[in-house]
Design a binder for this molecule. Sequence first.
Ligand code: AMP
Ligand code: ZN
Length: 471
Amino acid sequence: MALKLFNTLSRSVEVFAPLDPAGKAVGMYCCGPTVHDAAHIGNFRTFVFADLTRRYLEFKGHSVRHVMNITDVEDKIIAKVRAAKVPLREYTARHEATFFADLDALGCLRPHATPRATEFIPDIVALIEKLIARGIAYQAADKSVYFSIDKYRGCGCVYGQLVKLNFDEQRVGERVKSDEYAKESVADFALWKARVPEDGDVFWPSPWGEGRPGWHIECSAMSMKLLGAGFDLHLGGEDLIFPHHEDEIAQSEGAGVQPAGRRFVKHWMHGAHLLVEGKKMSKSLGNFFVLKDLTAKGFTGREIRYALLQAHYRETFNFTIEGLNSARTALARIDECLGKLREIAGNTEAKADPALLNAFTAALDEDLNVSGAWGAVFEWVRDTNRRLAENALTPPQAASALAAWNTVDAVLGVGAAPETEAPAELLALLDQRQAARKAKDFKRADAIREELKTKGWVIEDTPKGPRLKRL
Ligand code: AMP
Ligand code: ZN
């Protein structure tokens, strides 16, 4: 069966056909994090969506090259580096490390390449030079280099491929230096930002003087360098459609580097945003979560991943603590069923039972209908549990069921129940309880025991001392 995906470019669901004549290789780029702080749970919805897309393409037999950039220089980062008074790399390295640890905790496969913008300055400069040579970019009196929307359109190119823009009511050619500007504004945007005192030590030499790249050109340069000037798939959150992705198309196609008849990107996919407890995340509302806020509440990366994979990627998703509790219950159901199958199967090996695979594939082939895929999984769990209760499964049948689960889990990526250690925050609480007991403060010791319990862990006494075990 063919995989169909919604393409933001055509605003319709299309059969996904890679550019590779053999239909096998797929180049996929997803805009990565801006490492100015820890990524939040909304960002991770987008990265888990990219991970699901990549894993499903691999499941369908494609060999995917997954590239995700690290935006390590842009307006927000520079402001924070200045405030923190540390070198740029020292500042971004810290947040980059947290990002990768979080990505691993969420069971996301590492992209094959994670280029940093600051390591691609020569490629960025070369791309801007091409645009200047074609008369589409110009240096303004403020010494910055801008992309000319007017000139680009004059070459017969369309600005406004992903969004509809009204050119009649706008003063085309007005300039913006900022990386993010208002929806529907048709503005010449900065490709190279001339150095200003506020940039501190963050600047590079260029043919136009010292400065730094704009955010949009970073992604054009890195994606084309690593995947070729025309590639298959570009992903990101819906907020990036305009201006970021529209500008990526304008820069990349404006440079005229694609082979004849090829576009910069064939297929654009955008994930809808995530709300927390029904509201847009914000620090003032107290509903702003980074991963460690949730693990401190006792949830595992596996449970968070499961919750993030509940809704279709084009639907706004309401992330709730209740949803995380449901994720825990649902995963426990799967784990219990798998545990019984393992007991029966022993070391027997068998081919995957096709029933689950067929229903699972039928759902995901329809624009990654992940809720349909989970529906197939739980139908299978119900059916398997019934057969287990009837003692109707032989070891080869149990092994075949397990093989089917392992195949679908290569896409879902929730894995087996981990015999994990409790998070560091909870281990610290366990130490505090021991200290309270030593000090004969049994009230405090009991209160800590209760707190651990509400976070899903019980204290188990072992010959080696107390340890934490999942409820
Ligand atoms: P940033 O680090 O801000 O550049 O964002 C990284 C990725 O997260 C981008 O693809 C954004 O579109 C995406 N993103 C930002 N906020 C949310 C949200 N609330 N829900 C889902 N994705 C988001
Ligand atoms: Zn990007």
